[in-house]
Design a protein around this ligand. Structure first.
Ligand code: NAP
Ligand code: GCO
Length: 258
């Protein structure tokens, strides 16, 4: 029996039109899962459907803002009717606002918390009842280096991702008895649109991150594929409440001497 096989499973990846979510969905599809994703507007969903189709993946796309609980509840019911019960939830959708804390409005702070922390709660709350009825499920929350570390200008994001680490542990604690495993993936610094501003030619952050990463490079979305399949599959049935950092060693390393 291939313990990494996801045949017959339905995976929902939030914000899965591109970036990390798209790569994780590709990996789950390659392991046999049926792919469902949502994004915040039809244009992005269409973009995602075209990308999945080009990758040879027959995905189902839904327009849904993950912060809108009634909308999320309706989307999950629609998915269950049209595709099937969600066996694997990947809480990937997220935003970041890089603003010095004393210049950040409370509204902007709340918006980041809403998408990066409240929404994973809303999504998990929506899928858990059917997972329990089906005998179990997998929830993977996309955390961050900022689940463990802070840095200037990312106060809201770090607070959200730190909270997401503890929400992960709490879901694991509350539903482990119903065979639901909830774990996190903590990507390091990955080449996606979200980090593009930090990788502008000559941006000091670029060389800084390379000096802080033993692997000596930015991560690629492909680096997250194996860890995602592991946490989505039977191979991790006794792994619960764990944050798997996929960071090239950043969290282990003091940094290269200048
Ligand atoms: P990204 O390129 O910005 O993609 C995020 C996706 O989420 C986009 O499709 C975005 O749609 C969608 N989204 C945002 N708000 C949403 C909402 N309210 N409802 C539904 N979808 C929404 O980000 P990424 O770099 O792929 O990151 C994906 C996840 O990994 C995020 O949670 C991020 O915090 C986390 N992460 C990223 C890195 C990294 O280095 N890139 C490292 C660690 C963790 P729009 O295009 O409309 O915004
Ligand atoms: C930043 C980056 C990071 C990455 C990621 C690191 O501004 O520091 O955007 O936060 O997105 O979360 O794991």
């Amino acid at each position: 029996m291939d313990i990494f096989c996801l045949k017959g499973k339905t995976a929902l990846v939030t914000g899965g039109s591109y970036g990390i979510g798209f790569a994780i969905a590709q990996a789950l599809a390659e392991a046999g899962a049926g792919i469902v994703f949502n994004d915040i507007n039809q244009e992005l969903v269409d973009k995602g459907l075209a990308a999945y189709s080009e990758a040879g993946i027959e995905a189902h796309g839904y327009v849904c803002d993950v912060t809108d609980e009634p909308g999320v509840q309706a989307m999950v019911k629609q998915i269950e009717k049209e595709v099937g019960v969600i066996d694997i939830l990947v809480n990937n959708a997220g935003i970041i606002k890089r603003v010095p804390m004393t210049e950040m409005s409370a509204e902007d702070f709340r918006k980041v918390i809403d998408v990066d922390l409240n929404a994973p709660f809303i999504m998990a709350k929506a899928v858990i009842p059917s997972m329990i009825a089906k005998g179990g499920g997998k929830i993977i929350n996309i955390c961050s280096m900022m689940s463990e570390l802070g840095r200037e200008t990312v106060s809201a994001y770090a607070a959200a991702k730190g909270g997401l680490k503890m929400l992960t542990k709490n879901i694991a604690s509350e539903f482990g008895g119903q065979n639901i495993q909830c774990n996190g993936i903590g990507p390091g610094y990955i080449e996606t649109p979200q980090t593009a501003p930090l990788r502008e030619p000559g941006h000091p952050f670029n060389s800084f991150i390379i000096s802080k990463t033993p692997a000596g490079r930015w991560g690629k979305t492909d680096d997250l594929k194996g860890p995602a399949v592991f946490l989505a599959s039977a191979a991790s049935d006794f792994v619960n409440g764990h944050i798997l950092y996929v960071d090239g060693g950043i969290l282990a390393y003091i940094g290269k001497m200048p």
